[in-house]
Unconditional design. Structure first.
Length: 409
């Protein structure tokens, strides 16, 4: 089908999706999860086609994002089953007021309608997005890049088998077949068809959507995430946290890209960092370069989401300088302070204007599953309509339902 035909089909299903009861939604999701496992061989075969095409083009961390094996497919299925366990977000009375004239006014949660997700080379987004969309009563249109299209297509076909086995139309989850820029533009300008557009990927994709979309669009920001080691920090904790934040999976948006170290502990802590993070290229400001060896940092390094084993490092003279640096360079995703001074922690969490602000913990926890949301549609770095990991509630809106007995104004 063409992109327009897919959008038209999705729009025609909005009414049906909005009326599926929670029991049937969960039944569909369980069937989808089972279908992923049952079709894991064909999914891995399709993934190998994508992997082979990208070898020599992607670096190792990007290849890791693209790669699927039985363990990762099982994790995708488990993510869907985690969504099954969550409370249905639709048709909940969020607020109720009885007016003096006898009118009962209720604010009720309802599905968005048709949600389109444009994403790049992470096949697991395919199942996460579909599960969240269905549970929240939305029709789902997926548009992946050419790098992951074969993988996503195999995943969608498997999930569609699960949907059909429950007696529902497979078209509640659809994958765009056109992988040219035209299809992305059609989704961005799909007024009357697309109720919410969510881009997940690099800076270029996100900015293209934010700047060109004529439909409502959530900015899921790139992650220039910062860890600040305060002068009172437990340095062993700080070392463990920065190692995890940078190296556990450097290719994801919640990985640390910048390390700020208070000058009073820099002489001791930076050599510890260099020894522990031996596989990481440290790009050092002038003060850090005077303490350890590494690559000289440019100003651009502090504005870069590396998604690789690269870390920009700066020595700061105070909490205030650290906060000012974050305000200038952060993308508003996730920041962490490592400190034993709770007054400094309170200042940091109050002033730093990011979607997730941590005290003595890794930025890698900014994730729908880790936040108890089952999985996520993306990490929003804007303030309207959602912020942080987007789960089920963020995929609903609300309407007012007013009940009377003949009142007129």
């Amino acid at each position: 089908m063409t992109t327009l035909e897919i959008m038209q089909k999705a729009k025609s299903l909005k009414k049906e999706m909005a009326t599926i009861n929670k029991e049937d939604k969960n039944r569909i999701l369980i069937s989808m999860a089972n279908a992923l496992i049952e079709n894991s061989s064909s999914i891995m075969e399709a993934n190998e086609i994508d992997m082979e095409a990208m070898r020599g083009i992607f670096n190792e961390s990007k290849l890791d994002r693209l790669y699927l094996d039985e363990k990762r497919i099982q994790a995708m299925a488990n993510g869907i089953l985690d969504v099954v366990k969550l409370e249905d977000p639709c048709h909940k009375v969020l607020r109720e007021v009885s007016r003096p004239n006898g009118l009962k006014i209720q604010r009720v949660s309802v599905p968005m309608g048709v949600i389109a997700i444009i994403y790049e080379s992470r096949p697991n987004v395919t199942s996460d997005a579909a599960a969240l969309a269905i549970k929240s009563g939305n029709v789902c249109i997926l548009r992946t890049g050419k790098e992951a299209w074969n993988s996503a297509n195999a995943i969608v076909k498997a999930m569609q088998k699960g949907i059909e086995s429950c007696g529902y139309t497979k078209d509640m989850v659809q994958l765009i077949e056109d992988i040219s820029r035209n299809s992305a533009n059609e989704l961005m300008t799909g007024v009357g068809y697309i109720d919410l557009l969510i881009p997940r990927g690099g800076k270029g994709l996100i900015q293209a959507c934010v700047q060109n979309a004529k439909v409502p669009c959530i900015e899921t920001g790139t992650g220039i995430c910062t860890v600040f080691v305060d002068e009172s920090a437990n340095l062993e904790n700080a070392l463990n946290i920065i190692e995890n934040a940078k190296t556990s999976r450097p290719s994801v948006c919640n990985a640390a890209e910048c390390l700020l170290v208070h000058e009073k502990v820099a002489d001791v802590f930076l050599p510890m960092v260099k020894e522990r993070l031996s596989q990481v290229e440290l790009r050092l400001d002038e003060k850090a370069s005077a303490i350890i060896e590494g690559t000289k940092a440019t100003e651009e390094d502090f504005d870069t989401e590396f998604l690789d084993y690269i870390l920009a490092v700066k020595v700061v003279s105070s909490l205030e300088e650290a906060i000012d640096h974050i305000a200038k360079h952060s993308t508003g995703h996730s920041e962490s302070i490592i400190t034993e001074n709770m007054e400094n922690a309170d200042i940091f969490t109050s002033v730093v204007d990011s979607a997730a602000v941590y005290v003595n913990a890794s930025t890698r926890f900014t994730d729908g599953g880790e936040f108890g949301l089952g999985c996520e549609m993306g990490i929003s770095t804007q303030k309207l309509h959602a912020r942080g990991p987007m789960g089920l509630e963020e995929l609903t809106t609300y309407k007012y339902v007013i009940t009377g007995n003949g009142q007129i104004r």
